[in-house]
Design a protein around this ligand. Structure first.
Ligand code: PDD
Length: 282
């Protein structure tokens, strides 16, 4: 079946879908993106994703490429044209195509790309046994709340994690506090069964899965605190996990060389994963 991708007003065969070499996304990473999960043909937490999409655009002073309603139609068309009941839709907006000059160009149309991506489910063993993360310095810029396509630091971090046999890299700020994963939010569970995740600030992306988990945790009667936590506290915690649109809740059983808790997937991580999947219909 032919894969179809949306580029600036046209639905094209994926192999021929491209943008100009002077697109500012290509030359300056001057753009933003969103990744949404599709379950049973429906986008999980679509409104929240679109809110974040508009927030990122506003922060960079890039206009919406089309109305929210029109964008929803494009996303639905892409899901239908690619027969994607389950998977991921990737959307990217850049400031547009213009002669290379750092300052904003005038009278330029933002570029919009919407891509459907099939996802293989994570191996059962990973979810049942948990994964390892490594810690690394957070060398990103100071506006990580914007979902910018400038992803070089996370690319290097994820590669470092991969080479260390780890699933994710947890980034650490100058004061020794964990910010988040290279492409996920970081959580720990204390010995007193309190779920801890860093509060939203400019040093992390406000994950949509994270936001949903805050609601789910409360509904299930868990105590969840948004506060800073150090690498040492994480290593001494009884459970840990990451969250993102593509992993939902992924249990973590090792941080660097330290085993988390008893080295097995924790009960709270397991319960939250189950509750999130039920909510999302995945
Ligand atoms: N990454 N933090 C960072 C730095 C991320 O890149 C992501 C998402 C998250 C989790 O956000 P959400 O729950 O909204 O997916 C947190 C996506 C999946 C990606 O870049 O592929």
């Amino acid at each position: 079946m032919a894969r179809i991708t949306y580029v600036n007003g046209a639905y094209l065969p994926h192999d021929r879908a491209g943008v100009h070499i002077e697109d500012r996304g290509f030359q300056f990473a001057d753009g933003i993106y969103e990744v949404v999960q599709v379950a049973n043909g429906i986008i999980v937490d679509l409104d929240w994703h679109l809110d974040r999409f508009e927030y990122s655009l506003n922060e960079l002073k890039i206009p919406m490429p089309m109305t929210r309603a029109a964008l929803m139609v494009v996303m639905k068309n892409i899901i239908a044209k690619n027969y994607l009941p389950y998977g991921v839709v990737y959307m990217q907006v850049t400031r547009g195509v213009a002669k290379r000059d750092f300052a904003f160009p005038r009278d330029v149309q933002p570029s919009l790309v919407v891509v459907a991506m099939r996802m293989k489910p994570w191996p059962d063993a990973m979810i049942e046994n948990g994964v390892k993360v490594i810690t690394l310095p957070d060398i990103r810029w100071k506006r990580c709340d914007i979902k910018s396509v400038s992803l070089l630091a996370p690319v290097l971090g994820k590669q470092q994690a991969k080479e260390a046999g780890a699933f994710e890299g947890w980034m650490v700020d100058e004061n020794g506090f964990i910010t988040e994963g290279t492409s996920s939010n970081a959580f720990i569970v204390t010995k007193d069964k309190e779920i801890i995740t860093r509060a939203k600030d400019h040093r992390i992306l406000g994950g949509i899965t994270r936001a949903r988990l805050l609601v789910i945790a409360q509904e299930h009667g868990y105590i969840l605190k948004e506060r800073l936590f150090t690498v040492a506290e994480a290593k001494a915690s009884s459970e840990a996990f990451i969250s993102s649109s593509s992993t939902f809740v992924m249990p973590v059983v090792q941080i660097d060389d330290a085993v988390v808790g008893d080295g097995k997937v924790g009960a709270i991580s397991k319960a939250l994963r189950k509750a999130y999947r039920e909510f999302a219909g995945i």
